[in-house]
Design a protein around this ligand. Structure first.
Ligand code: ADP
Ligand code: ADP
Ligand code: ZN
Length: 214
């Protein structure tokens, strides 16, 4: 099963993608996590990606596409995956479709997690991330057991630089310009499902399962 998560930054794509991955036994692939791991390890790719990410802009397709196409070749992708944060532009979606079509495959579901812009800033300022294992928390809606410490691996949690309100505003406008057109793109392909991302996390997940199990 190949699933794509769509939605504004902070809509809950990552939160839901992790649950889907666990339930259906497929990998959760987040391009944002891959870039952040590269930044942490100070790789050449990380240095280049950081310049764009810090401004809230998209990393160019030239840096993103090879990376994700290589990831698909890994053995754990044989039964599908849930993509979180990719594709983010029409050219990325077209590249994915072309790559899949070579093997007679296609995207099975694109799930749009809908949350209005007004709610996003609040979500983002409370988000805390673990750069070590990729876990995500929210100080109010999904707190870690011990404040500031990852439940899973014990690392210190951080507020991502790009989750500060100044940058979030720019990410939202980038989202509306470059990523939102994908909703129409997948709707035309007949694989789009919309869920209300303002419900609590478990309810959103139930709505998603209803789509995937149909
Ligand atoms: P969020 O979880 O808030 O949606 P991500 O972790 O997915 O954010 O992405 C963080 C940043 O990484 C983005 O603002 C962008 O700069 C970069 N990025 C992630 N995925 C892509 C992609 N598919 N194409 C271009 N840039 C990306
Ligand atoms: P995205 O991957 O779309 O950027 P995340 O899954 O990281 O979004 O969620 C953004 C923030 O909102 C996180 O702090 C997360 O814990 C929190 N969050 C996710 N889903 C919900 C929800 N349904 N209700 C309240 N908070 C949520
Ligand atoms: Zn962790």
């Amino acid at each position: 099963m190949k699933v794509i998560m769509l939605g504004a930054p902070g809509a809950g794509k990552g939160t839901q993608a992790k649950k889907i991955a666990e339930k259906y036994g497929i990998p959760h692939i987040s391009t944002g996590d891959i870039f952040r791991a590269n930044i942490k390890n100070n790789t050449e790719l990380g240095k280049k990606a950081k310049m764009y990410m810090d401004k809230g802009e998209l990393v160019p397709d030239s840096l993103t596409l090879d990376l994700i196409m290589d990831r698909f070749k890994e053995a754990d992708c044989a039964d599908g995956y849930v993509l979180d944060g990719f594709p983010r532009t029409i050219p990325q979606a077209e590249a994915l479709d072309r790559a899949l079509a070579e093997n007679g495959e296609a995207v099975d579901h694109a799930i749009n997690v809908e949350v209005a812009d007004e709610n996003i800033i609040n979500r983002m300022s409370g988000r805390r991330a673990c750069l070590s294992c990729g876990a995500t928390y929210h100080i109010k809606y999904n707190p870690s057991r011990q404040e500031g410490i990852c439940d899973t691996c014990g690392e210190k949690l951080i507020l991502r630089d790009d989750d500060k309100p100044e940058t979030v505003q720019n990410r939202l406008s980038v989202y509306h310009q470059q990523t939102q057109p994908l909703i129409d793109y997948y709707s035309k392909k007949g694989v789009l499902a919309e869920v209300d991302g303002t419900k609590d996390m478990e309810e959103v997940f139930r709505d998603i399962i209803a789509v995937l199990d149909k």
